[in-house]
Design a protein around this ligand. Structure first.
Ligand code: PMP
Length: 303
């Protein structure tokens, strides 16, 4: 288990900076009892210039706001203030490469009714960029993603993650690295905490939005494809269409871009080094530490 905090760790709680070990949360919170909160997963990186940069900070805090609104949680926070507070958390903890976890949660309320206020915490812990090239062996989960007619599936709501936990634990208990979940129509949706792409004859495919969390990394990959002239299509597809594809990868803030070895023991067939998926992985790795768009243009000019 990662070491999330120690006696010295500072977090941001409702406008103040406090020690993580002294921060308190209401045990009667509607969020604690019913999984009724929203959150973000963000990364900061030490750039090549040596500065600390939060990657896509605005997009993440705007999604936090949209998630809160989707769940009817009051949201009285300004994105620029939260970004400034996050940089302050990083500074006070002396973090550069970190994972940042804001959570918006409800007050004491055992009913299912609306709240007149909400609270916010921003936690961070050190997390090195993903360096490994190891490819994951994944399996189709016996759990489907939550039905969008039952949940606001585009929101990053805590309660949805019971589904992610069940799927991931099942895959690991059966000897796989991770799960791939289908949607309620048995079409490919996403991983427990990442989006998915596959590659065939130089074209990338990813599920359409609607039944998935529209990932910020997924959007970045779509932008990179555009910059690098890699054909990419958002479409609805079955797991059978993915079987034996040239390559595939998961992408998300924590996972970054990580290649897949096989789905349900059916290997992806091209050598990872020769795929456009690998080019996307490399370009993403450079982008996060440069944190500037010019780099993408630079790379597209290089063979
Ligand atoms: N799908 C799910 C279910 C996730 O939890 C995540 C991680 N937030 C993603 C996709 C990827 O989203 P992002 O690229 O914004 O981190």
């Amino acid at each position: 288990m990662a070491n999330y905090y120690n006696e010295k760790t500072i977090l941001y709680l409702n406008g103040t900076f406090v020690k993580a070990s002294e921060a308190k949360m209401d045990m009667y919170s509607q969020s604690f009892h019913y999984g009724y909160s929203v959150f973000e997963g963000i990364r900061s990186y030490k750039t090549v210039q040596g500065e600390t940069k939060i990657f896509k900070a605005e997009a993440h805090f705007e999604r936090l706001k949209a998630s809160a609104q989707a769940l009817n949680l009051p949201y009285a926070y300004a994105t620029d203030e939260l970004i400034a507070a996050t940089y302050e958390v990083l500074k006070r903890n002396h973090f550069q490469d970190a994972y940042i976890r804001p959570v918006v949660y409800a007050p004491a309320n055992m009913s299912f009714g609306l709240n007149s206020q909400s609270f916010i915490v921003i936690e961070a812990w050190e997390m090195a960029p993903f360096l490994g090239d190891a490819l994951l062996r994944i399996m189709t989960s016996s759990f489907q993603r939550p039905n969008p007619k039952g949940f606001k599936i585009h929101a990053k709501a805590a309660g949805h993650y019971v589904n992610s936990i069940l799927a991931s634990q099942e895959a690991k208990s059966l000897g796989y690295d991770e799960a791939l979940l289908l949607d309620m129509n048995d079409k490919v949706a996403e991983a427990p905490g990442a989006n998915v792409f596959f590659e065939k004859e130089g074209t990338l495919f990813t599920p359409t939005t609607g039944n998935i969390l529209p990932g910020i990394t997924r959007a970045t990959v779509l932008e990179l494809c555009n910059e690098l002239n890699i054909p990419v299509r958002e479409k609805i597809f079955s797991k059978e269409e993915m079987y034996g594809a040239d390559a595939a990868f998961f992408c998300g803030t924590a996972a970054e871009v990580i290649g897949l070895a096989s789905l349900d023991d059916k290997p992806f067939t091209m050598a990872w080094e020769n795929t456009v998926s690998k080019l996307i992985q490399d370009t993403y790795k450079k982008l996060i530490v440069e944190n500037k768009q010019e780099l993408v243009n630079e790379i597209s000019g290089v063979e």
